[in-house]
Design a binder for this molecule. Sequence first.
Ligand code: SAM
Length: 251
Amino acid sequence: MSPDDSFSRWIAALEAKHFAELTFPEVSRALRALSSTYVERRRKLAQGAALSGAGKRAAFALFYGPLHHLLVQHIAANLPGATRCPSTLVDLGCGTGASGAAWAHACTNSTRVIGIDRHPWALGEAADTYRTFGIPATVRQGDVATVKLPAAPAAMLAAFTVNELDAPARDALLPRLLDRARRGDRLLIIEPLAGFVAPWWNTWREAFEAAGGRADEWRLRTALPPIVEKLDRAAGLNHREITGRSLWLAA
Ligand SMILES: C[S@@+](CC[C@H](N)C(=O)[O-])C[C@H]1O[C@@H](n2cnc3c(N)ncnc32)[C@H](O)[C@@H]1O
C-alpha cells in the first residue's frame, strides 16, 4: 500500500465519522472558533479549550489533523536521517495521531507508536488513525510533562504540543528531553511559524543547537484533500501553503 492510499483512506474515514454527527456548516463554524482559540485566546489552551465541544473536535480532526500530517510527512522526508527510526516512537500530545502517524509511516523500518495525550477523546481518535495507517500502537492518557516514558532509545515527537504547556511544564520538559537525547533518543519538535505562538522557541533552539541539533523552517505547497480545501475557504483561512518550524536532535 502506498502512503497516499493510507492517507486517502484516513481522510475518507474522518469524513464518514465526523459528518455522521455534524453538518458542514456546523464544522466550518467550529473551525472559525477553533482558529480564534489558537490565535486570540491562547491562554485558554492550557485548560484544554481547543478540544472543548464536538464541533471543535471534528474541526480539529478534519482540518488541522491532515495539515499537520502533510507537514510532518514533508519534514520527516527532508531531515537527514529522520526516516531511520528506533523501534519505538513516542507521540507526545498526540491529538488525533496525525503527526505521529506521518513520521512512523515515513520510517524505513517498522516502528511502534505510543501516543500520549491528556484528552480521552484524542486517544480514541489517535488509536483509529494509527490503525488506518497500519502502525502498531498503544495510547495512554497522561500529562506529557510528567508521564513515564519508555526506555531509550526512542523517537520523541512533540508536534504543536509544547506551545500548549504552561511555562513550568515546558521548562521542565526541555532538560528532560535533552537528557534522553544523550541516551540515544531522537527528538523532533514542531510548532507554527508565528512567533507569538512560541515565545520560548529561541531558548529551545539554542539548547538544541548547543547539543548538536538543528532548527529549520518549512513552507510546503501541496495538493490538499478536497474537504480541507473546502473548510479552509468556508472558514476564511488560507492554507495554500503549509508552514511550520522544527527542532531536530539525533545522536
Ligand atoms: C494542537 S494539538 C496537536 C496534536 C498532534 N500532535 C498534531 O500534531 O496534530 C495539541 C495536543 O496536545 C495535547 N496536550 C496539551 N497539553 C498537554 C499535556 N500537558 N499533556 C498531554 N497532552 C497535552 C492536547 O490535548 C492536544 O491533543
